[in-house]
Design a protein around this ligand. Structure first.
Ligand code: ZN
Length: 461
């Protein structure tokens, strides 16, 4: 049976319309609106007092890092920069058994759902047992993360990650033993994983993620990229997050990461450069010319002190910017969206810097980053409410204190700059309610199991 959703306000092309409707079929796909809709052949879901918007697409997540929230905010424990922060992150990664990986991922994914997210791109590099040996099933931990998303109801694109070395001219870091595979094992395991799940599934999809230039030497990167393109999967990679990473690449290849990726034709419309903070005008042109996407993770980047992406230059070049919650320091897609502009405001001492680029309003542009551009990075028909898209959306309570008092014209800027999670009422993914009136059926169980893992890892109980 089809379902017709009738909200008070419906998101449409950067604004809202009254009396709009969304028709969804049994397979969780949005249909063209039809005039002959009558019960009992169509189920009607009235949503008075609510606005309905496309669900957020989180294009870059490491779900297990939810466990280090608040644990690395001390210079005594975690040092002063990204490189020393990794010590805390590796410590957490090495404590988790397969069931823990599932429980921590469910906690991160639950919070994503509560924030209006309907799809996660999980950049997954936790493969081995803590001693560095593969499990009997080398994809065990990938399957645990996928099962976690399925349990919570979130659509997942598992970006299986290749991690081959600690870095150029660096000794092996034992904190990374769970990440390492050879290139041949990586390709064999990734192939086995994608074959294990039905190719027709719209809830579980795949991509390939060479971790970074630092972790994947060029010859292996070329082999992995060629394999990925043959399989027509999205290709993601951390790029230019830290200046030291660019400097090491210059030492090894005489080129920056973007220059190297450009020379080797690894940039392309199927490529997503995660972070892309430390890039110059020439490198921005290379990414734009290749029609690649940039995935920015501003709440993580400010937490890690990574730097500020030149979102104005990037957007002026026509590059699509997607968003990711990355380290899970905070899970709030619109906070990531607004920080793209807020960081530039602090830097330039001006306001609304991303407004009117290519004549587009800032709120609409930032909302697209959190929806359509994430879907583009993950190669999914999602991020809007057009016919043929996945039926992935959420509703907001128009009387919530954070957004009450609006017109259809100014509701989007109010949401983008001021929405509090308390306003998010329902979340539908693949045509199915996964949050209804702020209730998730597994919420208490997920939280209590997560707290057990947290106690064990941090308090040795
Ligand atoms: Zn990352």
């Amino acid at each position: 049976m089809n379902t017709l959703y009738r909200p008070e306000l419906l998101y449409s092309k950067g604004g809202f319309v009254t009396n709009g409707e969304v028709l969804v079929n049994e397979n969780g796909q949005i249909l063209e609106p039809s005039k002959e809709i009558e019960p009992p052949s169509t189920r009607i879901v009235d949503l008075p007092g609510k606005a309905l918007l496309p669900g957020f697409v989180n294009a870059h997540s490491h779900s297990f890092q939810r466990l280090i929230r608040g644990k690395a905010e001390s210079r005594v424990v975690s040092g002063k920069d990204f490189w020393s922060w990794r010590g805390t992150m590796y410590h957490a990664a090495n404590q988790l058994d397969p069931l823990d990986v599932y429980d921590v991922a469910r906690m991160a994914f639950l919070e994503m759902v509560l924030s209006g997210t309907t799809t996660v791109g999980e950049f997954h590099y936790l493969h081995n047992a803590p001693n560095g040996q593969p499990y009997d099933d080398p994809n065990l931990l990938s399957k645990q993360v996928i099962a976690a998303a399925q349990s919570v109801g979130l659509r997942i694109v598992l970006l299986r990650t290749a991690y081959l070395r600690s870095g150029y001219d660096l000794p092996l870091d034992r904190g990374q033993l769970r990440f390492f595979e050879s290139t041949s094992a990586f390709l064999k395991n990734t192939n086995a994983l994608t074959s294990y799940y039905s190719t027709a599934s719209s809830n579980v999809r795949f991509g390939v993620a060479p971790h970074s230039i630092r972790a994947v030497p060029l010859s292996d990167l070329k082999e992995i990229a060629a394999w990925t393109r043959e399989k027509q999967l999205p290709l993601h990679m951390h790029v230019a997050e830290q200046i030291a990473e660019n400097a090491a690449c210059l030492r090894e290849y005489g080129l920056t990461p973007v220059e190297l990726l450009n020379r080797e034709r690894i940039l392309g419309s199927d490529f997503t450069a995660v972070h892309a903070i430390h890039i110059n005008a020439n490198e921005i042109s290379m990414i734009a010319d290749a029609d690649a996407t940039i995935c920015s993770c501003p709440t993580t980047e400010r937490n890690l002190g990574d730097g500020i992406i030149a979102a104005d230059d990037v957007m002026r070049a026509g590059i699509c910017v997607a968003l990711g919650s990355d380290s899970q320091a905070q899970i709030d897609p619109l906070e990531d969206a607004r920080q793209l502009d807020y960081h530039l405001r602090l830097e330039h001492e001006e306001r609304a810097i991303l407004d009117q680029i290519a004549s587009k309003r800032i709120a609409s542009r930032l909302f697209d980053c959190a929806t359509l551009h994430g879907a583009r990075a993950l190669a999914l028909p999602a991020g809007d409410l057009s016919a043929g898209s996945f039926a992935d959306f959420f509703t907001v309570d128009l009387n919530d204190v954070s957004i009450a008092g609006h017109s259809a014209e100014d509701l989007l800027p109010i949401l983008v700059f001021s929405l509090n999670r308390s306003a998010i009422r329902d979340v539908v993914a693949n045509g199915r309610f996964i949050l209804r009136d702020q209730k998730h059926t597994l919420r208490d169980e997920i939280i209590s199991r997560y707290k057990e893992v947290h106690r064990r890892v941090w308090h040795n109980e």
